[in-house]
Ligand binder design. Structure first.
Ligand code: HEC
Length: 398
């Protein structure tokens, strides 16, 4: 029953997280696009009203004319729309999911004894500290004199993130490390909205209400944080889907893969932002492509051992291994606590099912060693080697 309830909490939490996340990042991408496409207002009267840039668009059966008041407005309109709950609810649902999967079920998703035999409370503490410490450290950096020097700041951020990615991969399972790294970046993005961007906007509204020119410092600070948020977006999205791709987080150099994919993601965003202005430099997209190509090549599976054609591993033997190490979870009625149904619907009740899924078994138990998850059933290296032998022999001699 507990497993069943966890599944529903997971499904509802994930759906909500996706929906609010789309609303947040969608609006954020839209406003960056809007800002970067503004043109001088066509009419003199608009300019006199304080409009610094405008844009015409057609969408969903109507024409839209967006105008940006660069130096505040003479009078705050009665209804002013704010964009903040999209960000806050993304963090709330994200922390809910993180707590549900990676903290409450830390022994399945976060702790990998072959990396470090953490106790559950210690794993949770490290997780919480990663989110809080990440934000505090980042905020200090932005407020320091470094914050003024964009390129240096980018360099320092990359180095700091590399150290964090490396450190997390030394204590957590690959997928646990990836998820905490992504959650930390996501927390920073939302905290940027809550602690810097929103207060700045409130101060701006307050000065306009008082009939004063808004202090440009608020705009400058908010700009710095929203630029960072833009470049964090794609790395965060990569992490959020990476748990489906064991080849990335289960690799020996998973932290390097994480950083390479993060930099590539940030550069793709750089490319699009430049493209808004019409003339993107080819460098960011090329470096991103080289990084991606490098990762694809570097983690390509390479057979470690020579295939021993004399030793045969029968289907019976392979199925016996799979039953003893996998079927606690992957059975039509799982016996492992916490699972009410076979994860991802993958079931190994019969030898036929094992044979039919030879490819995914090989992928998960031999190539990436992502399964058994957290090696909870204590699969031995000999057993992985036997599955490898069985799988490869079956490919050679169908
Ligand atoms: C302790 C429970 C447990 C054991 C034992 C276990 N798995 Fe899994 N397996 C899971 C969970 C949980 C998932 C879903 C992971 C996720 O959410 O991405 C999963 C997912 C999978 C997937 C789907 C991967 C994907 O992303 O599509 C395959 C294939 C798989 N397991 C194969 C195996 C094999 C082969 C073994 C034995 C060597 C095994 N599992 C042992 C819990 C287990």
């Amino acid at each position: 029953m507990e497993g069943y309830i966890l599944e529903w909490l997971n499904l509802i939490g994930r759906m909500t997280h996706l929906i609010v996340g789309i609303a947040w990042i969608g609006a954020s991408f839209y406003f960056i696009w809007l800002d970067n496409h503004l043109e001088q207002p066509a009419e003199e009267v608009a300019r006199q009203r304080g409009v610094g840039g405008e844009l015409w668009a057609v969408h969903g059966g109507g024409f839209y004319n967006a105008q940006k008041y660069t130096n505040g407005v003479p009078k705050i309109p009665e209804r002013l729309h704010w964009f903040k709950w999209e960000a806050y609810t993304t963090l709330i649902t994200g922390v809910f999911l993180l707590a549900l999967m990676y903290w409450y079920q830390a022994e399945i998703y976060t702790i990998d004894p072959s990396v470090m035999a953490l106790s559950k409370p210690v794993a949770i503490l490290i997780g919480v500290f990663t989110l809080l410490g990440g934000w505090l450290g980042y905020d200090l950096l932005c407020r320091s004199s470094l914050g003024e020097r964009e390129n240096l700041m980018a360099g320092v951020l990359i180095v700091a993130l590399t150290v964090i990615a490396w450190a997390l991969c030394q204590v957590f399972s690959g997928r646990g490390a990836f998820m905490h790294y992504g959650a930390m970046l996501g927390t920073i993005m939302v905290a940027n909205v809550f602690f810097v961007i929103m207060p700045g906007q409130r101060a701006m509204v307050a000065s306009c209400t008082a009939g004063e020119q808004p202090d440009p410092i608020h705009g400058k600070r908010a700009k710095q944080r929203s630029v960072h948020n833009t470049y964090f977006t794609l790395p965060v999205l990569f992490v959020m889907i990476s748990n489906h791709y064991a080849m990335t987080w289960s690799h020996e150099y998973n932290w390097l893969i994480l950083i390479a994919m993060s930099i590539a993601g940030a550069l793709v965003r750089v490319h699009f932002v430049q493209a808004h202005f019409g003339k993107p430099s080819p460098i960011p997209a090329s470096v991103a492509a080289v990084l991606l190509g490098g990762v694809i090549f570097a983690i390509m599976p390479r057979p470690q051992t020579q295939l021993d054609t004399t030793a045969t591993v029968t289907l019976e033997r392979a199925h016996a291994i799979v039953v003893s190490r996998c079927a606690a979870c992957h059975a039509s009625e799982p016996s492992h606590t916490g699972f009410s149904a076979a994860p991802k619907g993958i079931v190994f009740d019969t030898a036929e099912q094992t044979l039919a899924q030879a490819n995914v078994i090989h992928q998960q138990a031999v190539l990436t060693r992502a399964m058994p998850i957290g090696n909870l059933t204590g699969m031995l290296d000999e057993e992985r080697a036997a599955l490898d032998q069985w799988f490869r022999a079956s490919r050679v001699d169908p």
